[in-house]
Write a protein that binds this ligand. Sequence first.
Ligand code: NI
Length: 162
Amino acid sequence: MAILPIRTLPDPVLRQKAKRVRTIDNSIKKLVADMRETLHADAGRVGLAANQVGVSLRVTVIGIPDEEDIILINPQIVRRKGERQVTEGCLSVPDYVGQINRAETVTAKGRDLSGKEIRIKAEGLLAQALEHEIDHLNGVVYVDHLESMDDLRKIEPGDIEI
Ligand code: NI
């Protein structure tokens, strides 16, 4: 396993729509292992999309504190309900956070590492992380949801980076 460097804006890989995974082979398993190690290298990290480590494939790992990691291959949002304002940061936009709107609840589906289809209904931080990571895989970064980059502020203790 290895801790991978995290790509930051304006790296073009963050703006590409990541490709679907066709086969969950050893290279995907190694990628997921490396992404998990990279995610847990810093306590403030909640999630990682593969393009953030330079791999343009639809793979994400979400690590909510004190919960088991969620690995989603070819994830997609199937339902969004409600709206709320959240403070959000991103490992690919270091040192800043901003307030954006996210859904209150999100239903997402995808496959786990064994290829089994999983469906997750989420609220709170997990719902936010699912929207954030699936945005990444579509080439979208949370700052795209701000009216202006002037709405960013410096990160403070307790802020999260997804
Ligand atoms: Ni991010």
